[in-house]
Design a protein around this ligand. Structure first.
Ligand code: GLC
Length: 743
């Protein structure tokens, strides 16, 4: 309601001016701070000159669970934020986490960000950002609390599904169009959680111990790209410590790196409950404090907003003379700049909510993100000409996945389950029989949003598996939908997984069903890698992600072959947990100091260094067609630091249907004076090829692609000497390579 009155105030102010003028108000009659013709910095100056001290304090901290104050007297609107990275969270009560029960705030759930990353297609990022930005805009939200780009250091991290995988280059490329797409709607992206929030266990107290090279080469690039290329208007501080400072008020992360080295001119927003010290909040780069005294999900002091660190306590320190208004004015300037980009932006579109375009976008992104991991004997795609009975098994074939998982939980207008999607697609051309297979999490509600399903099933594991085997025996094709489900410890905020294994006895179910059929397809619905002890007895395996509103339709489209899968893994599937750097060193999930001892060797970098074969590799993904790579060539044998070389490779579709292939470029530094990973992703291109068609795929390699972060000089350095450009279809499937020299 406050917003409404604020808006009416602005209208009133303008109308009053018009009445006084006796004619249509010209913008020239407007004061600078209200005049869209005036450039923003001058408008900020004017606004600040008119604001009282109390009004300045009011706009740098929350006034409700998800909003901060405007300046009612001047007609400057409030600022409204909303979760999350996959869709627009339902309206909550003023000071509660529970939903407010509105009936106009249903949304479209887009695929989880790991699925977006798995598309390896920046056009999909642009489509995603534009679409979710339109939903936020229509809901009149000024700041979208997403995307998340924390690096996938362990397959146990509860929030990996909200992030973009294990590789900094992939995450950096994929985050930029998302940010630009959101902000094209006059809605700020708030990229999170900056930085080193790579586990949920003890997330408020753990202290990430990371050396500078690892920080700059692995954990910062996606944030840097979001800011320096994406132009992000907001960044969210993480909960954890880094080098003794809380990330939400870290002089190193916020003042020195973000605002100093990267020139960030936006607003640093704390995570909800991430602010712990008034003086540090004043001096260490925090601009807008939210959610203090909550744990970011449930509890919290009610209406304590005036007691926030950047509220009365800060005012007292200014009144006592301990602080001038220097830091205050800098914070206010940044918050006003955010307002002129969003709430005060008179040139923004109106957005849209649950449009056909958004539903289609959700499905398209999902179809492009699904990864075909294995397809022996061409079990896939399902051929309805030969298939009379399809058995669908598993709780994940029916369970709503858009409710739960923490702050990214949504209230969707519609969610198509895998079972529904298959039935929609198959129609009466085949019989679809369902069996539960296993019982996992029967809860169906979160923050007052309820999927309305009744998942209760009291049968024993033996009965459930017996029934599944029975239907499998009778079917021509069997699809098990398993995986995780965003329940606590099963890909969920504020809890990590207990282990790499599938929960709820799914391994026993899959092994039993594999005995009963040759045509078994396992679809893994998850945001993380899982162990697959039965991998050799299952001919077809699909990584199905948390795909949102159109999950069932996207999955059915790929399984039935309407869409040719083109996704590639954005993270490694290790065979076992200790095949990862973090877990081989026992440095994950603990409280206090967590030493990222694996350093640069995250994901495939670890597999390469230790010569450990993954279950499925970073960058792996099959198609219903086949691709053949020719020899890579290079336009010159050497380059200087200001120059570049161009590597080209022909790729041919040698199958009988159109498909897309993600051609990947890795760089190896053959003469490094420092330890470097064996190879690092430095380019990718997704190309569509008709049957028989060949395309020449080229990569321009400049010194940046050859550089490492020299933590002694504190700068990026490309050392002269020999380099190798490796081109492949996956990190463990290099097709051709060429060497060249940096002079
Ligand atoms: C949560 C999360 C953050 C979210 C915020 C508001 O605890 O850490 O991602 O945007 O608080 O819900």
């Amino acid at each position: 309601m406050k917003r409404f009155f604020n808006k009416m105030f602005v209208v009133g102010a303008v109308a009053l001016l018009a009445a006084c003028g006796g004619q249509q108000t010209q913008t020239a009659d407007l004061p600078d701070y209200l005049n869209p013709e005036v450039e923003v910095e001058a408008r900020i100056d004017d606004a600040m000159s008119r604001m009282t001290l109390d009004e300045k304090f009011a706009i740098i901290h929350a006034q409700s669970k998800f909003s901060s104050a405007g300046v009612p007297r001047l007609g400057i609107p409030e600022l409204w934020t909303t979760d999350g990275p996959h869709g627009i969270r339902p309206e909550v009560l003023w000071d509660e986490w529970e939903q407010a029960g509105w009936t106009n705030d249903y949304c479209v759930a887009f695929p989880a960000l790991t699925a977006l990353a798995a598309t390896w297609n920046t056009d999909m990022s642009a489509l995603y950002g534009k679409s979710i930005g339109e939903e936020a805009r229509y809901r009149e939200k000024d700041v979208l609390l997403g995307p998340g780009v924390n690096i996938y250091r362990s397959p146990l991290n509860g929030r990996n599904f909200e992030y973009m995988g294990e590789d900094p280059f992939l995450a950096s490329r994929m985050v930029v169009p998302y940010v630009q797409g959101v902000q094209s709607n006059g809605v700020a992206a708030c990229v999170k959680h900056y930085a080193l929030n790579n586990q949920e266990s003890h997330r408020h107290t753990m202290d990430a111990v990371v050396d500078d090279r690892t920080l700059y080469e692995i954990y910062l690039p996606a944030f840097k790209a979001a800011v320096t290329e994406g132009g992000a208007w907001a960044i969210m501080g993480a909960y954890n410590f880094f080098r003794g400072e809380h990330a939400c008020h870290s002089d190193l992360l916020l003042n020195q790196i973000l605002k100093g080295e990267w020139g960030f001119d936006g607003v640093v927003i704390s995570d909800w409950g991430g602010t712990h010290d008034t003086r540090e909040a004043i001096t260490n780069g925090l601009d807008l404090e939210f959610g203090t005294w909550t744990d970011g999900l449930t509890m919290g002091a009610t209406n304590g907003y005036d007691a926030y660190h950047l509220a009365n306590p800060y005012k007292e320190l200014v009144k006592s003379g301990e602080f001038t208004t220097k830091e205050l004015d800098e914070k206010v300037r940044r918050v006003l700049r955010l307002m002129y980009r969003t709430s005060m932006n008179t040139n923004k579109p109106f957005g849209s909510l649950v449009s056909d375009e958004h539903v289609a976008a959700s499905r398209t992104i999902g179809e492009e993100g699904i990864v075909l991991l294995k397809n022996d004997n061409n079990v896939l795609p399902i051929d309805l000409g030969k298939t009379k009975t399809i058995a669908v098994i598993g709780e994940n074939a029916i369970k709503a996945m858009t409710v739960g998982g923490g702050s990214s939980s949504l209230k969707v207008a519609k969610e198509v389950s895998p079972l529904e999607g298959l039935k929609n697609r198959v129609g009466d051309k085949a019989e679809v029989i369902y069996a539960r297979g296993y019982v996992g999490d029967v809860s169906t509600s979160y923050n007052g949003v309820d999927s309305g399903q009744n998942l209760v099933d009291n049968r024993s594991e033996a009965e459930l598996i017996a029934e599944a085997v029975e239907v499998a025996r009778k079917a021509d094709v069997v699809i098990v939908f398993g995986g995780l489900n965003k329940a606590s410890h099963q890909d969920c905020e504020d809890s990590d997984r207990y282990g790499l294994e599938l929960p709820y006895a799914q391994d026993r179910l899959i092994a039993a069903v594999a005995e009963a059929t040759q045509n078994l397809i396992y679809v893994n619905i998850s945001g993380n890698a899982v162990a697959m002890p039965w991998v050799n007895s299952v001919p077809a395996i699909v990584q199905g992600w948390f795909l949102g509103s159109e999950a069932g339709n996207a999955l059915a489209s790929v399984l039935m072959g309407d869409a040719n899968p083109s996704g590639k893994l954005p993270f490694t599937f290790p065979v076992k947990l200790t095949d990862t750097g973090a877990h081989s060193m026992g440095q994950f999930g603990n409280d206090g100091e967590v030493v990222y001892g694996e350093g640069l060797l995250v994901g495939y970098r670890w597999n390469d260094a230790k010569d450990v074969a993954p279950l499925f590799a970073f960058g792996h993904g099959l198609s219903y067609t086949t691709f053949e790579y020719g020899e890579a060539t290079i336009d010159k044998s050497s380059m200087n630091a200001k120059g570049s070389v161009t590597v080209t490779i022909p790729v041919t579709n040698t199958g009988n249907r159109t498909g897309k292939e993600v051609v990947q470029l890795y760089i190896a530094d053959k003469e490094a004076s420092v330890m470097r990973p064996e190879k690092e992703l430095k380019g990718f291109a997704k190309v569509e090829l008709e049957p028989g068609q060949t395309k020449e795929v080229s990569f321009v390699i400049d010194a940046e692609a050859l550089s490492f972060f020299d933590d002694k000089k504190h700068e990026w350095v490309a050392e002269q000497g020999e380099f190798e450009a490796l081109v492949g279809a996956a990190s463990d499937d290099i097709k051709s390579s060429v060497t060249f020299t940096l002079k």
